[in-house]
Design a protein around this ligand. Structure first.
Ligand code: ADP
Length: 422
């Protein structure tokens, strides 16, 4: 197999980027995640695939377009032979974008006429039939996503949804064609003229067939599931046991959990670890605001505890407490204060011998990564679906980070994640 970059991906958020990176790594690729648009191709080093993690899902469409095209250009300059634009498997977007405008701009930038849009991820219950997106046994529009605060999804028909976001024709490759395999899908793709094709997919086998069929396309768009079929197009096959790091890749040192997610799953994970005897410190936004709880206090707590079970510093609170903090401190300010607290704490920890940090919460992870100044991460062992350990390169070399979306992971993840680093 030849060396050098093969696949370049642009993901519209950080935890989505790590989810995609894990699927590519399980497919046998060496994968690197770059946080934000890389300054230049040389920063990316040698990997089969690079995933650029943007924060572009809900920013203004013009800004999402500018960042996505800039990322694709750096990936192209680094040698990428195909670009994958990755978004959420629930197609999180509005009539203004950002999926349609970004896909259209990437087609233009790559001088290409057509692509697919396939957010299906059957392993997580996301399937597409007759262009309609299902979450489990419900249509997208009845799945809870109709009430999402930023991207309410009230129409499950992706041909219509994407049609409102782009001037390019949006058409459907229906499941009977997909079921006939890669040859039939490829023929339908080539015959459809310029535009974007929503592709039905009900199973991983469908995604692998679609993956084979899109091998010649300069641009592919979809959820992380679409990546299942892509490594094989570059002659890469999965290694048994999944992604691994060489011996000594992680510097020896202390471990801690920083939990800023208030999701039900994260609260259950805190409760489980505490019941098992892990040392815990609860951080309350009001205490931070009053200056009674500083990052240095949490660092002292963690330094005193580290050695046995990994200490857990958490702000995770139930919806009533979150609502109280938001009304007392301001809706945005409460969250920002907590994010800044964890960001400062992570930096202090990295400087005081902590080499393994598990961070719970998408926004919390973004704040921590930005403060640490980590620009490039390698993908390592899988802890849970969508959740790999990552290893910082360059700045903070050798620091192991697990960045998990609040809702991801089993209840015992704060106890069990460390074994995967052994
Ligand atoms: P998730 O992945 O579960 O959505 P995030 O980290 O993305 O988690 O979002 C959680 C948000 O809630 C962050 O902005 C965080 O700072 C904020 N937050 C955390 N704890 C509290 C709290 N006790 N009160 C109010 N806001 C909080």
């Amino acid at each position: 197999m030849d060396a050098g970059l093969k696949l370049g991906a642009v993901a519209d958020d950080l935890t989505g980027a790590t989810d995609l990176a894990l699927i590519l790594a399980e497919g046998g690729m060496s994968v690197r995640v770059a946080v934000g648009v890389p300054g230049d191709a040389a920063e990316l080093g040698d990997a089969d695939a690079v995933v650029v993690a943007l924060k572009s899902r809900t920013i203004a469409p013009a800004e999402a377009v500018a960042q996505s095209v800039a990322a694709a250009r750096v990936l192209g300059a680094a040698g990428a032979r195909q670009i994958l634009f990755k978004y959420c498997s629930t197609f999180d977007s509005t009539d203004e974008g950002n999926i349609g405008p970004v896909a259209e701009a990437l087609l233009n930038a790559l001088d290409s006429d057509f692509t697919i849009a396939c957010p299906a991820f059957p392993a997580n219950g996301r399937t597409i039939y007759q262009g309609h997106l299902f979450v489990g046994d419900r249509l997208l529009s009845e799945s809870g996503m109709q009430d999402h605060p930023l991207t309410p999804m009230r129409d499950p028909d992706l041909v219509r949804v994407l049609g409102r976001q782009t001037a390019r024709p949006v058409t459907l490759i229906p499941h009977p064609t997909v079921a006939r395999g890669a040859g039939a899908i490829g023929a339908a793709l080539a015959a459809g003229g310029p535009g974007i094709r929503i592709v039905d997919a009900l199973s991983d086998d469908d995604l692998r067939a679609i993956g084979r069929a899109v091998a010649p396309l300069p641009l592919v768009t979809g959820g992380s599931g679409i990546a299942l079929g892509l490594p094989a197009n570059f002659g890469i096959t999965a290694r048994p046991g999944g992604p691994r790091w060489p011996q000594g890749a992680i510097a020896p040192g202390r471990a801690a959990v920083l939990a800023g997610s208030c999701s039900g799953a994260t609260r259950a994970q805190v409760a489980r670890a505490r019941a098992a005897g892990a040392p815990v410190l609860r951080v309350d936004p009001a205490e931070i605001a009053a200056g009674r709880m500083r990052p240095a206090d949490a660092l002292d707590f963690a330094l005193a505890e580290a050695g046995g079970m990994a200490p857990i510093i958490y702000s995770s609170a139930d919806p009533d407490e979150v609502a109280r903090a938001r009304s007392a401190l301001g809706a945005g300010a409460a969250g920002e204060m907590v994010e800044a607290f964890f960001a400062d704490l992570a930096v202090a920890m990295a400087e005081r011998g902590f080499t393994r940090l598990l961070v719970a919460g998408g926004e919390t992870s973004g704040a921590v990564i930005a403060a640490l100044g980590v620009g490039v991460l390698d993908v390592g062992p899988k802890v849970a679906p969508g959740v790999p350990w990552m290893r910082a390169r360059g700045a903070r070399e050798g620091l192991a980070l697990l960045l998990k979306s609040g809702n991801f992971g089993a209840p015992d993840i704060f106890l069990a994640a460390w074994e995967h680093l052994a």
